[in-house]
Design a protein around this ligand. Structure first.
Ligand SMILES: [Zn+2]
Length: 301
């Protein structure tokens, strides 16, 4: 029996290994990886995140001139620029979402107010038209979208569509994510926050992601951990291929980008690196024992 077209959407926080997972998945002959589709609109307009690589596709061309995205945009963006919107706008720190973060399963319906709001109403139709055009152009059964945004995932999952949507919720030890975000901010000369404050934000974001997974049927959801993927890549890949019906294949030992057409992602994805588990973040907690302990506890919620 022919397989049904399937979008695999990765929900995760930033600095949690989504580029690694996307990279591993992109080695399957059945998969076309789009990178972070949410950023496509910004890449067309050359606005928002992406300035570092001048908003080009990973092939180096501007998206409208890229051999892959050019034809896709002809069928989508060029047909209706006015209503084109690839990115849900919301603020995860909004006080309105506090009740959802505290009691996700009781208040999760509040999230539908955001996905259904006037400013976001075009996102699902836009992504639907994009996915259809990408399936046609790529000729693959699976699209991997590592946009990461839980509300984007919710919008796609609940939309009317003729393909499957499967969700991976990728988690990493929140303390590691907080340290990585803190270093990332240093590099980008943003206003620096304490590790404790960043950890609180990471926890809040995770609770909202948990609320979103409450809408997803069991057979459409796979929870994964960055640590397990880095340590036991093949075993974790097998879990994934079994759950979502991909053919088995050999897990790569290195991550690298080669001849692909991905949008967004971390800029260092272009360097070839071995897939290894790095615990270097732990030394940032050598003088913060209490915070280390609290972070470990929060990981369990
Ligand atoms: Zn390209």
């Amino acid at each position: 029996m022919a397989k049904k077209n399937t979008v695999i959407y990765i929900i995760s926080d930033r600095r949690s290994g989504s580029t690694l997972l996307e990279n591993i998945l992109s080695r399957s002959a059945e998969v076309f990886s789009v990178g972070e589709l949410a950023m496509l609109h910004g890449h067309i307009l050359k606005k928002g995140p992406g300035e570092r690589w001048n908003w080009t596709c990973s092939c180096g061309d501007p998206v409208d001139q890229c051999v892959f995205w050019g034809p896709v945009l002809q069928k989508t963006w060029q047909q209706n620029q006015q209503d084109f919107n690839s990115n849900i706008s919301w603020n995860y720190k909004s006080k309105k979402l506090l009740s959802v973060a505290l009691l996700p399963f009781l208040f999760r319906n509040k999230l539908l107010d955001i996905t259904g709001s006037a400013r976001n109403k075009n996102v699902q139709p836009t992504l639907d038209s994009l996915y259809k055009a990408i399936f046609a152009e790529a000729g693959k059964t699976f699209i991997v979208d590592s946009s990461k945004d839980p509300l984007q995932a919710l919008s796609i999952y609940r939309g009317k569509r003729d393909y499957h949507v499967k969700i991976i919720w990728l988690k990493r030890d929140m303390r590691a994510t907080a340290v990585s975000k803190s270093k990332w901010k240093e590099l980008n000369v943003k206003k620096q926050k304490s590790i404790g404050k960043i950890l609180t934000d990471v926890f809040y974001y995770r609770r909202l992601s948990l609320a979103v997974t409450g809408f997803v049927k069991k057979e459409d959801l796979l929870k994964m951990n960055y640590e397990a993927i880095a340590l036991n890549t093949q075993e974790q890949l097998n879990r994934l291929t079994n759950a979502f019906g991909l053919d088995d294949y050999k897990a790569p030992e290195y991550m690298f980008v080669e001849n692909d057409h991905t949008i967004g992602g971390t800029p260092n994805r272009f360097s070839k690196r071995p897939i290894v588990y790095d615990e270097g973040w732990k030394k940032e907690f050598s003088n913060r024992k209490l915070l280390y302990w609290i972070g470990g506890l929060l990981n369990k919620f």
